[in-house]
Design a protein around this ligand. Sequence first.
Ligand SMILES: Nc1ncnc2c1ncn2[C@@H]1O[C@H](COP(=O)(O)OP(=O)(O)O)[C@@H](O)[C@H]1O
Ligand SMILES: [Mg+2]
Length: 327
Amino acid sequence: MTSQNGLLRVENLAVRAQMGGRIFYIVEQTSFSLGRGEILGLVGESGSGKSVTCRALLRLLPGANLSIAEGQVIFDGRDFTAMSEPEIRAERGSSIGMIFQNPASHLDPVMTIGDQVAEAITRHRDVSKKEAWDQTIDLLRQVGIPDPTRRARQYAHEFSGGMKQRAMIAAALACDPKLLIADEPTTALDVTVQAQILKLLMELRDKRGLSIILVTHDLGVVAQVCDSIAVMYGGRIVERGPKRDVLKAPFHPYTARLIACQPAHGTSGELLPSIQGQPPSAGNMPEGCRFHPRCDLAVAACREKVPSLTERAPTHLAACPVTEARA
Ligand SMILES: Nc1ncnc2c1ncn2[C@@H]1O[C@H](COP(=O)(O)OP(=O)(O)O)[C@@H](O)[C@H]1O
Ligand SMILES: [Mg+2]
């Protein structure tokens, strides 16, 4: 979370939903930053607002009833929230590439893999068909697809899950973006393939200086791959900081529970503890700290006021009045 050398700065982002006359917030007061070549792990249970946050960066919200209500997204010195629609459209894919959990649903079944990557190139760049095709083969090779000249002529159904995700990564990198948003990119893959894709992402960071936002609910993945972590709960970041610090000494009880619920080495087969209760749903948030109904440490203040993030160690912030008072 370096401020110098920064690539992305998200300030006080809020996403609002409108449903049947009701208005509520899905993401609130979300701020974080990302340096060049940094990998940020965005973690939290399902429904915590990770995908909506990522999509908000590119103003690609997953519903017409959603809108950015507040905040700024400063990418490479430019404010994405202040751009016109054609301007932001030009940034999608060229400044920031995105990949998702289920590559199959984002690939066209009746177009060859190569044509889809080539199309991602020609969408933003004025190059000949031949140049686009050559670059496609090169990209497929860079993402570890063997025999790329032959594979480029095949269709999605001829690719395994891991190879499909590699093809999606190639398409996302087609215009050499500085940031890749990977939303649960390995959740649908088996463990061996998952490890290969994570290794590829790290290689791409090392070789291209690519910054990555890696959305995952798996802290094991974060521990392996990321430099920094932001933990989301109920549409807010409740803790963020350098990976080592957050995993070693979490200050938010939710982060501590997530870590405790993570399978450790050699404990496979044992029943893991889980966090009691359900996460709150958007439009139905408890007052005060969103986590207080499930928190062992909650005191009266937690029910009354949403705690703000405070710095506990250099660049390590958490939003919990109880652990703050103890320090
Ligand atoms: N179009 C929409 N209208 C209303 N609520 C939505 C809409 N899209 C997503 N949500 C809600 O926003 C919350 C955050 O969703 P999401 O960002 O997809 O969570 P995550 O990626 O962390 O699992 C969820 O409670 C979800 O139900
Ligand atoms: Mg999601």
